[in-house]
Design a protein around this ligand. Structure first.
Ligand SMILES: [Zn+2]
Length: 378
């Protein structure tokens, strides 16, 4: 999840946990703590350079700091903040609420990152397995609207209020201009945002925040329901392929949960990994939501011989490490890429060049369970 949404979660949680008795400084301590704790796990971006690219980013980002143990360790930062005498005095008798805010904001980061197809491995070191929500796109304007309205209304200074409102209002328009969001979705976002402003304006800070968080929770629950509907539809339409399916990677379109993009990985009888793609309108009558240029039938993207992957993994230390991340691995033209992030065989941010240097073991590797150990073996 991008950091605007993480920050909105942190700010909404601060608004919800603030004690009734609040000085301006106490408010500031709670808001800064909420924003900080909700973004702290992404501190791992500082040390991704320990391992050469692209492995450093793939293995260390959403790595150790995105685990339950990592969150407990990160709680040291807000604890250190409480040691500043002035801050300690402002928190005063609200220390319980302060720690509730820290716990919720840290947890919100891990949860929100777990909702998309990128994955997290929260139970490390007990389990090194990746978990994927496959239910919310990594950038979701519905969060900007549902949480954003409450956070904007809660800002006391008109300059800050208008600045955030302008940012949250402009981002969907930029998405619309570059073709990322369809105009009916942006129009609906604006309408819901307008209703939300009328609804939340008369309420107090805590109520606004709680309602925004509950509405966001409902959106996420609906997204998980739609994910299940998509999985059911795919399995029912082709039971033979369902039996050979090793993974289904699902993503709703951003701002547009009526259209879902699916990658299906099947283990074929000739020991190849067949990766195909299609879009699924939900409900099926909503096919215009997927746009005119979208294939509603399965299209083959790649057929990857597994023997080639297994051999490469045993000979090439970088590939072996890279497979700790890749969910849809494909070798093409001297590169290996994860097709989860763009279906072009020309590559994406995951692409690893298969040259002699890559055979050397890079430093500081991790121990995440390779998502495709189901067909590659350990
Ligand atoms: Zn993160």
């Amino acid at each position: 999840m991008e950091n605007i949404s993480h920050s909105l979660f942190g700010a909404a949680l601060a608004g919800a946990t603030l004690p009734r008795d609040r000085s301006p400084l106490r408010r500031r301590v709670f808001y800064i703590t909420g924003l900080l704790a909700a973004n702290l796990p992404d501190l791992d971006l500082i040390y991704t350079r320990l391992t050469p690219p692209p492995l450093g980013y793939l293995l260390h980002h959403r790595g150790h700091t995105h685990t339950i143990v990592g969150l407990v360790a990160l709680a040291v930062v807000p604890w250190l903040i409480t040691l500043i005498p002035r801050v300690r005095k402002e928190i005063g008798d609200a220390l319980g609420r302060y720690w509730l805010l820290v716990a919720l904001a840290l947890a919100s980061h891990l949860l929100a990152d777990g909702w998309n197809s990128y994955g997290i491995h929260p139970f490390y070191p007990l389990s090194n397995q990746w978990l994927y929500g496959d239910a919310v796109f990594i950038l979701e304007p519905w969060f900007w609207t549902l949480l954003g309205v409450a956070v904007v209304l809660n800002i006391r200074y008109w300059r800050g209020r208008w600045l955030l409102a302008a940012l949250l209002g402009t981002l969907p328009l930029i998405g619309l201009a570059i073709g990322l969001f369809p105009w009916p979705a942006v129009a609906l976002l604006a309408a819901v945002g307008g209703v939300f402003i009328l609804l939340l304006r008369p309420l107090d800070e805590a109520r606004r925040s709680v309602i925004a968080l509950v509405a966001t929770g409902v959106f996420v629950l609906l997204s998980f329901n739609l994910n299940e509907a998509a999985v059911r539809q795919i399995r029912r339409a082709d039971p033979d392929a369902a039996a050979r399916t090793v993974d289904l990677i699902l993503n709703p379109r951003p701002a547009n949960p009526l259209c879902w993009d699916a990658l299906r990985l099947t283990h074929e009888p000739d020991d190849t990994l067949l990766i195909s793609q299609k879009s699924i309108p939900l409900p099926s009558a909503a096919s215009p939501a997927c746009g005119a240029n979208t294939s509603l039938a399965w299209t083959t993207l790649a057929r990857q011989p597994l023997a080639e992957l297994r051999q490469l993994a045993s000979e090439n230390c970088s590939v072996n490490a890279w497979l700790q991340f890749a969910r849809a691995p494909v070798i093409s033209e001297g590169n290996i890429s994860d097709l989860r992030f763009g279906n072009s065989l020309r590559g994406n941010f995951t692409t690893l060049r298969l040259d002699a240097a890559a055979a050397e073991c890079p430093p500081y590797l991790t121990k995440w369970t390779p998502p495709r150990s189901d067909v590659l073996g350990d």
